[in-house]
Every structure is written in C-alpha cells, then in structure tokens.
Write a new protein. Structure first.
Length: 175
C-alpha cells in the first residue's frame, strides 16, 4: 500500500509569488509545470514519471531535518535543472521558513522565539507548536532581505519541548 502525505494547499514561495508549485504527488505522467513541490523522494518519483519543472523546485522539509543536504540538492538539480529551494513546514503543516536565491539559510516567515541554538515557532496562538535546534541570524542576507534566518547546516528537533521558564527568560531578554 502506498501512503501519500498531503501538505495542504499549493506552496507559494514569498520571494517568487508568481510561481505556484504543483505538488509532485498530484502529477500524472510526463508533463511540464512551472514549479514543483514535495519531499526529495516524491520529486524523484515524479521525475521518473517524466514530470518536469520550468522555473523552480521547492523541496519540502520537516522540523526533524530542516536543511537540505548538498547531495540531495545536487540530485534534485540533476533531475530538474532549475533552481532548488528548501521550504520548512511546521508541526501543523504551515510554512515556517523559505530558502532564498542566495541559499544562506531559511528566512523565517512566522513568529518565533530564539535562544542560543534553538528557535520555537508559533504557527497559531500563543504556544509554540514546534522547536528546531538551529541558530538564528538576524540582519541583511546576501539576497538583500533583512530579517531572521535559520542558518545551521544540520538542524534537529529538540526531543523535549523548550521549558516554559526558558521561553519566559528569552522573552524578557527581547523586551
């Protein structure tokens, strides 16, 4: 039995707004799409079916492994020969961060609280829905955009949620 994980609506990259990605799991047979999105394995399966992208490929990552390994990026590039961007989805399936054309980290698109080597994301409400073990850099990216970016080459999920007192102390430090 084949299990297909659906990530909700089609991904629209905030830095490429005219490039709405077709989920790789929704493609059938050979065909060309403006952009594709999916996990590395979903994209590989689509490429094997003859699916192509003309502008970009958005590789969907989860909080367990937020960054794309260089060998994975190279494999996706070889399959489609278009720019490859990482999109980090949170615990609720919402985009948390997007990779820009400079590929110097993942630009954060939702509220987060960051500490030394971790970031807690607030997809909805006042409680964090997920935490990623990766440092956050603030300031100007090489792409020219200001803001917060996840920058660690190897991110990982914290096995335990961040303790409330740590979040409180971090929040007091920002205020």
């Amino acid at each position: 039995m084949r299990v297909v994980i659906r990530f909700g609506s089609r991904i629209r990259h905030p830095y490429l707004p005219d490039c709405v990605a077709t989920p790789a799991v929704e493609t059938e047979g050979p065909g060309k799409h403006t952009a594709l999105s999916g996990t590395v394995s979903q994209l590989m399966e689509a490429a094997a079916r003859g699916v192509r992208a003309s502008r970009a490929v958005f590789v969907v990552r989860g909080i367990q492994h937020p960054f794309l390994a260089e060998r994975e990026r190279e494999a996706v590039w070889r399959m489609f020969q278009v720019p490859v961007f990482t999109v980090l989805l949170g615990a609720l399936g919402k985009p948390l961060a997007f990779e820009c054309e400079a590929q110097e980290g993942l630009h954060v698109t939702v509220n987060c609280l960051a500490g030394a080597g971790w970031a807690a994301f607030f997809e909805e409400g006042e409680r964090p829905t997920c935490t990623v073990a990766a440092p956050i850099e603030s300031g100007l990216c090489e792409c020219g955009r200001a803001g917060h970016r996840l920058v660690a080459p190897l991110g990982a999920v914290r096995r335990r949620p961040v303790r409330p007192e740590v979040l409180s102390q971090a929040a007091e430090g920002i205020a």
